[in-house]
Design a protein around this ligand. Structure first.
Ligand code: ADP
Length: 193
């Protein structure tokens, strides 16, 4: 299985679709948001530093994020491919990922781009706040996360294109979750043929 990068704004469904893909293909899964939340829960030094940025809706500094990348990647099951969910989020992270994978004879594989209207994203995240109680899902922090996304993360779409990473799914419509998953899986199967 080739690696996959799932790319989109906060609330666009990266986590949800990643879990479906993992279930179907038995791939590894790296969600940097989950990694950081686990560090916070375990009271580590990284968690302590990360908390302050997450609460403000800012990104954790690249050096910190990049410093744990190889360890997290190497802990994934071998040969099954990994889905990167919430990483890379900056050009520096993308360059670091490319280098780390290259050192292992691997590459970024393909990407899935989730495009959703911002008012829908906001409604979803406020709803998630009620369901999951994530502290960074409040209106002020969500707005900061959208801004960070536009400034620091969205420009990566051009970087991926320049690197020749195939975009197997680009959603600008509003199909059902099931229809989305079917379309994504058709794209993944075609790339892995
Ligand atoms: P969402 O995509 O809904 O914002 P995540 O769980 O992916 O949720 O991320 C939550 C927060 O964790 C981000 O707002 C950011 O502070 C931090 N974070 C996650 N991934 C990264 C990353 N790759 N680089 C820097 N910060 C990150």
């Amino acid at each position: 299985m080739k690696n996959i990068i799932i790319f989109g704004a906060p609330g666009s469904g990266k986590g949800t679709y990643s879990e479906e893909i993992v279930k179907r293909y038995g791939m590894g899964h790296i969600s940097t948001g989950d990694v950081l939340r686990a560090e916070i829960k375990n009271g580590t030094e990284l968690g302590r530093v990360a908390q302050a940025y997450i609460d403000k809706g800012q990104l954790i500094p690249d050096e910190l994020m990049i410093s744990i990348l190889a360890k997290v990647y190497d802990s994934q099951p071998e040969g099954k491919g990994v889905i990167f969910d919430g990483f890379p989020r900056t050009i520096a992270q993308a360059e670091a990922l490319k280098k780390m994978l290259g050192e292992r004879g691997h590459d970024m594989g393909m990407m899935i781009e989730l495009i959703v209207d911002e008012d829908i994203l906001m409604a979803r995240l406020l709803n998630r706040a009620i369901e999951q109680g994530r502290a960074d899902d409040n209106e002020a922090t969500i707005k900061a996360r959208f801004e960070v996304y536009h400034k620091q993360t969205a420009p990566l779409a051009d970087w991926f294109e320049k690197e020749g990473i195939r975009n197997i799914f680009r959603w600008s419509d509003n199909p059902s979750k099931e229809a989305m998953i079917e379309a994504i899986c058709r794209g993944i199967d075609a790339e892995n043929k």
